[in-house]
Ligand binder design. Structure first.
Ligand SMILES: [Fe+2]
Length: 442
């Protein structure tokens, strides 16, 4: 039986199909090019190539979008009819669990594969993505550490392993190690957009806006063209400018990059919602057209209910656009989802997604006390609905602004103290501190 570049036996592969599969895998590891097209080319070259079908399934699942589930299940069904190794069967089991919304089970099945096959970089990436989607910081780091001894520079996808490790180290606040590891991954493969992104996160968490802008802009030719993470990496660049109160620059980047293509990819729309809401909290004039465009782009997902993190960001766009119809439908989806059985997103929604959605609706309505209470209740467990620390900062930013508007200045002072520990020079945090002191002195 043929083996892939990391030494995994691949059933049904051919000499012609294997390089196409490797191309797809390499593209997926860097989030560049069109790995789906490459995987389908591998399938066309060797229709019995089980891992190529399973890679196609994984690619459809990886974006956490409802329309990806049916094609993923179709590919899993094809793979189930083909000769497979035990490892390949486990890939099918893991993909089925993900497609069925059993994210925790899927994450464990990928771990099962990795314990036996630590060089299976596809299982590692799928598990890593699930750790991200479930906000599992420990496993973002430790899943990678468990396989690390089996890897070396001599293996072709090592950069991807280091890129994932860098992000895991960052999410567990080991910033120095994260930056060193991420930079090493970028040296091995400059096109590795995840590794680049891990370094962006370090600089974001440390408030190093100048370093971050330099890192992002100098490397733009590597991460921006033809990359699925381009918009997210633009979003990170915008966060640095936001930290510096450069609002016009942020809106310019939003128009030129984030919404230039009117993307309906959910991960792209999340970034757009997250940025407009941050600007909105600051009182920046956004304009009805931007909100309307974004709400329209999100509208097709309003009934999906597959992932609370998506739903909350869709809701933000509907609130911004004043689309009460969509706000109500999104809340209905969240309520319905919270009651589902054997579905990971039910707990994510019940514990975090729904209370956060209700808090945002309350903020929008000017009922700031009704915003403060649920956000305070969920903020220390908000990781459970996924995303990164940087993304979930949206909740803390909403809370402190709600506290300011509610004139709860003791709370503003307390929350500003938290923010200043991480970013002692943050103009925003310093403004909140000043507001709380001014009023206290008055
Ligand atoms: Fe990020």
């Amino acid at each position: 039986m043929l083996k892939d570049q990391s030494g995994q036996a691949v059933s049904g592969a051919s000499a012609a199909a294997l390089p196409l599969y490797e191309t797809a895998l390499g593209q997926f590891h860097c989030y560049t090019g069109n790995p789906l097209e490459s995987a389908e080319a591998a399938i066309a070259a060797a229709p019995d190539f089980a891992m190529a079908h399973l890679l196609r399934a994984h690619l459809y699942l990886s974006g956490m979008e409802a329309p990806g589930i049916a094609p993923a299940l179709q590919s899993i069904a094809v793979a189930r009819r083909l000769a497979r190794t035990e490892r390949e069967t486990l890939h099918a089991v893991a993909a089925e669990a993900w497609a069925g919304g059993r994210f925790d089970a899927a994450a464990e099945r990928f771990d099962d594969i990795l314990i036996q096959h630590p060089r299976d970089s596809l299982a590692l990436q799928m598990g890593h993505l699930l750790d991200y989607y479930r906000g599992d910081a420990r496993n973002l780091r430790d899943r990678v550490l468990r396989v690390l001894p089996a890897w070396s520079d001599a293996l072709p996808h090592f950069h991807a392993v280091l890129g994932m490790l860098a992000f895991g180290l960052e999410e567990t606040a080991d910033y120095a190690a994260a930056e060193t590891t991420g930079r090493r991954a970028c040296d091995l493969n400059p096109r590795d957009a995840w590794a680049h992104h891990a370094v962006l996160h370090v600089m974001e968490m440390q408030g190093r806006t100048e370093d971050g802008i330099r890192w992002a802009t100098a490397r733009e030719p590597h991460w921006a063209p033809d990359n699925m993470m381009a918009i997210h990496n633009w979003w990170h660049l915008m966060l640095y400018h936001l930290d510096r109160d450069e609002h016009a620059e942020v809106l310019g980047l939003y128009d030129r990059h984030v919404r230039a293509g009117k993307s309906t990819v959910i991960l792209d729309m999340i970034d757009a919602s997250a940025m407009l809401w941050r600007l909105h909290l600051r009182g920046v004039e956004i304009g009805a057209a931007r909100w309307a465009e974004l709400a329209e782009a999100w509208a097709g997902t309003v009934d999906d209910g597959i992932y609370a993190f998506n739903d909350v960001h869709g809701l933000i766009a509907y609130l911004g656009a004043g689309r009460r119809d969509l706000v109500e439908r999104q809340l209905e989806t969240l309520r319905r989802t919270a009651g589902r059985q054997n579905f990971s997103n039910a707990a994510m929604t019940a514990q975090i997604g729904l209370p956060v959605a209700e808090a945002l609706v309350a903020f929008d309505a000017g009922r700031y006390q009704d915003c403060i209470a649920p956000l305070r209740a969920v903020r220390s467990i908000a990781n459970r609905f996924g995303g990164s620390h940087a993304q979930r900062d949206l909740l803390d930013l909403t809370l402190i602004e709600a506290a300011r508007r509610a004139q709860d200045l003791a709370l503003v002072r307390a929350l500003a103290a938290e923010r200043l520990h991480a970013k002692p020079n943050s103009p925003l945090a310093l403004r909140y501190l000043a507001v709380s002191k001014e009023r206290a002195a008055a």
